[in-house]
Design a protein around this ligand. Structure first.
Ligand SMILES: Nc1ncnc2c1ncn2[C@@H]1O[C@H](COP(=O)(O)OP(=O)(O)O)[C@@H](O)[C@H]1O
Ligand SMILES: [Mg+2]
Length: 267
């Protein structure tokens, strides 16, 4: 994983410093320190309810932290609203599929281009030649990602009818057409069979290696974590109980105890 090592030398691209997020009386996150280096695939694991999704929501501005700070690319982005975070090059997929049923695979992916589209649709429409040039650019970006994610065969189908593994792929494609530098994936392999998982792992590795995307990935399949993550952080009850190389972290007695103590398993 040469690129990841080069990335580590370049320093952290994302940093969370002493992040806290409460919901009423519940501390969903407290005292979180985390950094992700450029070019890394960084795993976030922990039992159900341990704060993994909340941390991604804190980073992307959906639920800003009440304490602590978040830096991205050297800028303080604490409390920056989601659309501006997206504009800075952070794209995400959601734990529960967020595709638009009744629309085709192609149209769902096209929606991921919206952050590159001009706000003044009317003006663009008046100058048809500008509109055409832009349309061509968007189409080219989308076609390239459809090829990359091997979605040609289902491009015209409604997303409603395609298997879950394909749906997750469409979501990743929609995130990639935004041309992000940083990708946040919330359980990208949930509900997948072994073959679909292996495909998805390959696409995530290729996104890093060929497109230079840094990845923060919530995942509970330990084979995936040890297989593709450079480093991992484990959360338990909103606190970090270990960060490091996956094989070492998952052998840590505290981590094993957190998982064994969880009634819901490693989600
Ligand atoms: N919007 C919210 N309102 C109230 N409580 C929330 C909200 N989001 C998350 N929580 C709570 O925060 C804790 C962490 O949740 P979450 O980050 O979704 O866990 P994970 O993704 O690790 O399963 C849970 O106890 C959950 O119920
Ligand atoms: Mg979650």
């Amino acid at each position: 994983m040469t690129q990841a090592n080069d990335g580590a030398a370049a320093g952290p691209v994302l940093e969370c410093v002493d992040v806290e997020r409460r919901f009423g009386g519940l501390a969903a996150l407290s005292g979180i320190h985390m950094h992700v280096n450029r070019g890394e695939i960084f795993g976030l694991v922990g039992p159900n309810g341990s704060g993994k999704t909340t941390l991604t929501n804190a980073i992307t501005g959906f639920y800003p932290p009440q304490k602590g700070s978040i830096r991205f690319g050297g800028r303080d982005i604490t409390g920056t609203p989601p659309h501006r975070v997206a504009g800075m090059g952070i794209a995400r997929t959601f734990q529960n599929l967020a595709l638009f049923n009744g629309m085709t695979v192609l149209d769902n992916i096209l929606l991921g281009r919206h952050i590159h589209m001009r706000p003044s649709v009317l003006r663009t429409a008046l100058y048809w030649w500008m509109a055409r040039a832009e349309e061509t650019r968007h189409r080219a970006a989308v076609e390239e990602v459809i090829d990359f994610m091997q979605l040609q065969s289902v491009r015209s189908e409604l997303v409603d009818g395609i298997p879950i593994g394909m749906k997750k792929r469409v979501e990743l494609a929609r995130a990639l057409v935004a041309e992000p530098t940083f990708l946040i994936l919330d359980e990208p392999m949930a509900g997948m069979n072994q073959e679909e998982k292996e495909y998805m792992a390959r696409f995530i590795l290729d996104a890093r290696d060929e497109r230079g995307v840094t990845v923060l990935m919530i995942e509970h399949h330990m084979d995936v974590i040890t297989g593709i993550c450079d480093r991992v952080m484990v959360l338990s009850y909103g606190e970090s109980i270990g960060t490091g190389v996956p094989s070492e972290v998952i052998a840590d007695p505290r981590v094993i105890k957190a998982y064994l103590g969880s009634a819901h398993g490693a989600h």
